[in-house]
Design a protein around this ligand. Structure first.
Ligand SMILES: Nc1ncnc2c1ncn2[C@@H]1O[C@H](COP(=O)(O)OP(=O)(O)OP(=O)(O)O)[C@@H](O)[C@H]1O
Length: 289
């Protein structure tokens, strides 16, 4: 069976949260463990939160400020450990090897201002592995392809620091794509982005979703701007919704007519949308403050 032709929900699961609970200052909080100091109080972010994402799905993760979106990303990148439940990447518990198959585009690069390198060099960083193997022809080809995919080939020799915020964000996208990730995670990619960069990023994401180059990429995008990706989005995950048995959980909204797909019915609300997703997609009454 050609997996490209199958519906994403008939493909294997790339990522699963199974009744995940997490509190900052809780028993397995990494900062508490490393510092040895006791936090004055714990901050519960997730309780029994469950969702899963199929290979090739395009998912928007939305929710109000402080509802835990970044925390979900930290958990699935292995930067935080849940106190309860299970997180699976590619059908197994988190491993560093699985992490290498996930591309992450942060809101901004660490030390953004002091990045005295060209755009091509910044994208090359996506191919540098901790095993310090030689940078070869395959790596070079991947870098050139990522520059094209992110529509920044014309910027390749420019200094990274001379770029606009939106252009820098597209460099970070290219850096992630250079590693040919199976899952691509983007944290608020359009925040403070100029119109042209937004349009080019949208084009990049559209090509990834369409499977250009014969690769299937699963995409998880944290955004306040659901309109930006509405025509690409398969499902919306809403943070902070109260569900039976999950005080601080996540509700999955389908962006398709209710009843479709083999696992329809297992989840909460569904919505139907056309060109744009409504701003109040997550029921405000349901969102914890
Ligand atoms: N390192 C930390 N220690 C303690 N509490 C934290 C820490 N990081 C985040 N929090 C708290 O956990 C909750 C969830 O934070 P998180 O950053 O995940 O939310 P968010 O939805 O990404 O917010 P935003 O949209 O503002 O980026 C917030 O109440 C936040 O104050």
């Amino acid at each position: 069976m050609n997996s490209h032709l199958t519906h994403p929900r008939d493909r294997q699961i790339s990522l699963r949260f199974d009744r995940v609970s997490f509190s900052y200052g809780g028993a397995s909080d990494s900062r508490k463990a490393s510092s040895g100091r006791k936090e004055p109080s714990s901050r519960k972010v997730l309780e029994n939160a469950s969702f899963h994402i199929h290979q090739g799905e395009f998912i928007a993760l939305v929710g109000p400020n402080g509802s835990g979106k970044t925390t979900v990303l930290k958990l699935l990148l292995g930067l935080e450990q849940p106190q309860g439940g299970r997180i699976e990447l590619f059908g197994a518990r988190f491993t560093p090897g699985a992490r290498n198959r996930v591309g992450y585009v942060p809101q901004q690069a660490a030390n953004d201002q002091s990045f005295p390198i060209t755009v091509r060099e910044a994208v090359k960083m996506g191919r540098l592995s901790p095993l310090s193997r030689k940078f070869g022809a395959v790596d070079q080809a991947a870098v050139e392809e990522a520059l094209e995919q992110a529509e920044i080939a014309d910027l390749a020799e420019r200094s990274y620091t001379a770029l606009s915020g939106g252009q820098r964000r597209r460099v970070l996208v290219a850096r992630a794509l250079a590693a040919k990730p199976e899952i691509l995670i983007l944290d608020e990619p359009t925040a403070n982005m100029d119109r042209e960069s937004e349009e080019r990023l949208f084009a990049t994401l559209g090509k990834l979703k369409a499977g250009e180059g014969g690769r299937i990429t699963t995409i998880l995008i944290v955004t306040h701007d659901t309109g930006f990706v509405s025509s690409l989005t398969d499902r919306v995950l809403c943070m902070g919704s109260r569900e039976a048995g999950a005080e601080y959980g996540i509700v999955q909204h389908r962006t398709e007519v209710a009843g479709e797909g083999h696992d329809a019915g297992a989840l909460g609300a569904r919505i139907v949308h056309g060109e744009s997703l409504p701003g109040d997609i997550c029921d405000e009454e349901e969102i914890h403050k």
